[in-house]
Write a protein that binds this ligand. Sequence first.
Ligand SMILES: Nc1nc2c(ncn2[C@@H]2O[C@H](COP(=O)(O)O[C@H]3[C@@H](O)[C@H](n4cnc5c(=O)[nH]c(N)nc54)O[C@@H]3COP(=O)(O)O)[C@@H](O)[C@H]2O)c(=O)[nH]1
Length: 538
Amino acid sequence: MERSYIVAMTSVLAALGAILPIAAAFYLSWSVATNREETRLSRLAEYALVRADTALGEATSALKSADQFSFAPCSQAHIAAMRTLVVNTRSVEDIGYFEGDELKCTSWGKPESTIGRGPVDFTTASGIGVTARVHPTISNGRAMLGLRYRSYSVLTDPARLVDVLASPDTRLAIASDTGTLVSALNAPDASLIKRLVEHPQTGSDADNLFATASGSGWIAIATSSRASLLNDLGRERLLLLPLGAIVAALMVGLVLWLSRRRLSPLGELSIAVHRREFIVHYQPLIEMKTGICVGAEALVRWRRPDGSLVRPDTFIPLAEESGLIQAITDQVIDGVIGDLGAVLVADRSLHIAINLSADDIKSGRVLPVIQAELANSGVLTEQIWLEATERGFMDVKSARATIEEARRLGHSVAIDDFGTGYSSLQYLQDLPLDALKIDKSFIDTVGLVSATSAVTPHIIDIAKSLNLYIVAEGIERQEQADYLLERGVHYGQGWLYSKALPAQEFIAFYNESKRVHGTGPTVIRRDFNEVPPGVGGG
Ligand SMILES: Nc1nc2c(ncn2[C@@H]2O[C@H](COP(=O)(O)O[C@H]3[C@@H](O)[C@H](n4cnc5c(=O)[nH]c(N)nc54)O[C@@H]3COP(=O)(O)O)[C@@H](O)[C@H]2O)c(=O)[nH]1
């Protein structure tokens, strides 16, 4: 993935990480405030319904008590009884006795003029006739609620029905379930009330929040405007916005941390391992005496998605340090069999050397991996050589176990870059190695006068005295090849012969080498009882 793409993605994600939590905090504060307001309105509606029910119940009881009177109509005793009833019933302002449609007397006495009985708007289930707006003289023009039962009527102040503690921006209404509005507080919106009477519900629309409660033939409705809710949001925002800001900061931090990790060398290497971006190139291994190509060293390359190749020196140390090397070794083994499996089966004199890490040698875990890979391929264990640097052999005990097992299975094992690390003649003697590879830095000095130029013949002598095959790395000049051949070095590798090649190019090189020089032996392996074959000169 391109760095610029990751940077662009990081910027987008960081921006989203910053905006989304704050937007969520805004939304959440609005939603919390809305829910809170709807709950408050629901409670208020329920309370108003109870209040209205109580007031109307009292008025109904008063009417039914009066209906039981057995006084002579409009006698002093009758009027006094009606007055007592009014005094003792909180929600009744007055009571009147009618004969036909004419008011004969009230709790105040007999009327001075003729007063008729108006029409009822609806009748309740308990048989009480209700007139929503009555304008009696005693109320000084204020609309009263009239309830009637047979010969009696009572007047109730509609305000008593909505006599609950409500803020000025809360509107209340009591209506019959037949749709007649009987009481209202703070002038609710008539069309909204009509809509809610028809379809009682709790919720909100573009301008209002509302809740309804119904029972006993009545509906209580509480509403408030969205505008007033905005004022109420302050508290939620005070709580949620800092929380949103903290989450935004954490999200931005997380995105930056992840992208830094992703852009870090280790992050890139992990992803490359995950995506199997490693391929193998092959550097031919030449028998010095005959020029025969006996095989190749498998050298890993990291092919980036843009097609560029990364050399191993830049990532192998990090891979070893982080433990990713094992997965890379596995991909190399897989790559070798994938690239050259068929050629190896067709030609048993072809050998491929695979580089193992110090951990692979120490743990030996790579051997079953190779066995599993070879199992169905037809490739022989003898065709796969194993190489590791001196570092891998430092723990002599575990290295010995791995090498012995590797050799038992049929692999040949070489010590790589000899002379550059913690060289110890002791472990050279102790370990059952097949070959020693002289590091390029020593080969470079061949033919030159330098402090290290004297070391090369000594290394060759040591290898010879231990009956090891000798491989020289990094041969670039014919002069070096001549010297090494004369000294009895068996095999050589270097740009004089060929650089490391992609699989198909190596196959072409190998076929051409076979045509010109012929093929080598099928098994190249140290015999612990004999001097390695082909040792000449020196
Ligand atoms: N654990 C693993 N290590 C690996 C693997 N593949 C490679 N490596 C190690 O990485 C180091 C660098 O390797 P590379 O860049 O591939 O270089 C190799 C040759 O290309 C280079 N070479 C060979 N001949 C010449 C030459 O004539 N001149 C010149 N300037 N360079 C030359 O040398 C490297 C071979 O090194 P060596 O392994 O010591 O034989 C290197 O240390 C590799 O070991 C892997 O799969 N696993």
